[in-house]
Design a protein around this ligand. Structure first.
Ligand SMILES: [Zn+2]
Length: 498
């Protein structure tokens, strides 16, 4: 009898020890998983930062080259050497594409060196884009016009070839601020934050961006038409573009011969003298020069409508760096296979996504001190000296989030058809589903404070159509909406602030 009791005790002890062991193993595996996820996230950050910096370095180097070529152009005019002038202008046009794409290639190398693997989704996306360039951009119409006018003969073919070549090794760092030619617009349906605001009940977003739309929208027919290709010059790569404009003008309209000679001397071109420029009539000739596009290369501080706090860069920006313009955002993804046995039956792989942005910085050295790179009447001069990481939200074109394959397919493949019929274009497209939700305006339950006849306030659950919830909420709380408060929204990749 005694042995029996002891045996049962021993049995209980074994069960207890086993149970403890199992829990301990689970716990250890969980710790290991956690550690691996954190480590992988670190790797993704490092890779993203390195890739963005690599791309921005190429942007800076290319801008310097185009600036030097502007001065060589002037120098060739003093010779005068028309063949050299033509070669220089043509090289500048090509550099606007090949420079940024070299940056794309460098970003891939940087990401892969930091142990980020090829992302098939991003690779397919760029391959699809190259195909679009070949078939649609280069499509010829009657009279010989192309959909998008080529910056030099055969440009679209060369551009598509380069993208294909980079994609053929696989894309690990997706370019996340591509500026597709036909989508550079303020149309609400082309703004990703609109969908985020609908999903996240981000009423403040509507207050700042589309208050009228929220209050008056009745059906898909209320949307303005999508922007058409404008037929302007397409001088910049869509990927990591430099936002430059080739502009044909006598250079004397921009500055005097001594001024130009001064800039040239500072940039290491002392041969370009005011006397030579005047003697050769170089200043009066109608020539094509490369300028910073003023609408993109604006003062950074002008992007702070509500003061310092509203802007993702905290603190004052130094005068010589106070200029927006070319920058690069890349997105990298990494996965971690979990070791913990999954009882719930969910995914056994965690994925980590990371976006980083970087920008070339520089300044002009003038008699008055350090001036922004654009200070010479937006004429491109070699000025860029280094690159830095910048907050993703402060980078240009961040809303296009073009490494998001679903988003790109949505704006390129679904929107036109939706605007014609108002119908849901794809069950699997989250953006289409958001649009359908917006259109259907389904009744939701909301808790509201109601004041009864006896003057006592109580909470009550009320049924209300989706958009009416927002209209009523803003009626009461709009004073609390701060500009740039995103007001919720689904994730879709981490955002980084530096
Ligand atoms: Zn869609």
């Amino acid at each position: 009898m005694v042995t029996g009791r002891n045996g049962r005790r021993a049995g209980q002890a074994v069960v207890f020890i086993l149970l403890t062991l199992v829990i301990l193993i689970f716990f250890l595996l969980f710790i290991v998983d956690l550690h691996r996820i954190i480590q992988r996230k670190d790797q993704a950050q490092n890779a993203g930062d390195a890739a963005a910096l690599a791309a921005a370095r190429w942007q800076g180097a290319t801008l310097n080259l185009i600036g030097e070529l502007n001065l060589m152009h002037a120098l060739a005019l003093t010779a005068p050497d028309p063949a050299a002038v033509h070669a220089i202008t043509s090289m500048q046009a090509r550099l606007c594409f090949t420079g940024p794409l070299a940056g794309l290639l460098a970003a891939q190398v940087a990401a892969k060196n930091n142990r980020i693997y090829v992302n098939n989704n991003m690779t397919t996306l760029l391959e699809e884009h190259a195909a679009t360039i070949r078939t649609e951009y280069a499509q010829l119409f009657e009279g010989g016009d192309m959909t998008f006018q080529e910056p030099w003969p055969g440009a679209w073919q060369e551009y598509a070839d380069l993208i294909n070549q980079i994609a053929s090794d696989g894309i690990a760092a997706g370019p996340d601020n591509m500026r597709f030619y036909q989508f550079d617009s303020d149309h609400i349906l082309l703004r990703k934050d609109f969908y985020q605001a609908v999903d996240g009940y981000g009423w403040c977003w509507f207050y700042w961006n589309a208050y009228g739309l929220l209050r008056t929208y009745s059906s898909y027919r209320d949307w303005p038409p999508l922007p058409e290709p404008t037929g302007e010059d397409y001088a910049n790569s869509e990927i990591f573009g430099l936002s430059l404009v080739p502009f044909t003008t006598p250079i004397q309209r921009v500055f005097s011969a001594p001024q130009l000679a001064d800039y040239a001397a500072n940039a290491g071109f002392p041969e370009l003298t005011a006397a030579a420029l005047t003697a050769s009539n170089a200043m009066d000739r109608l020539e094509t020069w490369f300028f910073y596009n003023p609408s993109d290369w604006d003062e950074w501080s002008r992007m702070k409508p509500d003061g310092e706090d509203s802007f993702p860069v905290t603190g004052p920006v130094r005068h010589e760096y106070d200029v927006a313009g070319a920058d690069a955002i890349v997105r990298v993804g990494a996965t971690v296979d979990r070791m913990t046995p999954n009882i719930a039956g969910g995914a056994h792989t965690d994925s980590v996504t990371w976006s980083s942005a970087a920008k070339p910085f520089g300044y002009l050295e003038t008699d008055t001190g350090k001036e922004p790179a654009t200070a010479a009447a937006f004429f491109v001069l070699p000025a860029f000296r280094h690159v830095r990481l910048i907050p993703v939200d402060a980078a240009s074109g961040a809303q296009y989030a073009s490494a998001d394959a679903d988003w790109v397919r949505h704006i390129r493949g679904h929107l036109h058809a939706y605007l014609e019929t108002g119908r849901l274009q794809s069950e699997t497209c989250a953006y289409c589903r958001t649009l359908a939700f917006w259109d259907q305006n389904p009744v939701q339950q909301v808790a509201e404070t109601v004041v009864g006849n006896d003057g006592t306030a109580r909470r009550e659950v009320i049924n209300k159509p989706f958009r009416q919830i927002g209209i009523d909420w803003l009626e009461e709380f709009k004073e609390n909406c701060r500009r740039y408060s995103s007001g919720g929204g689904r994730g879709g990749g981490t955002r980084r602030g530096h």
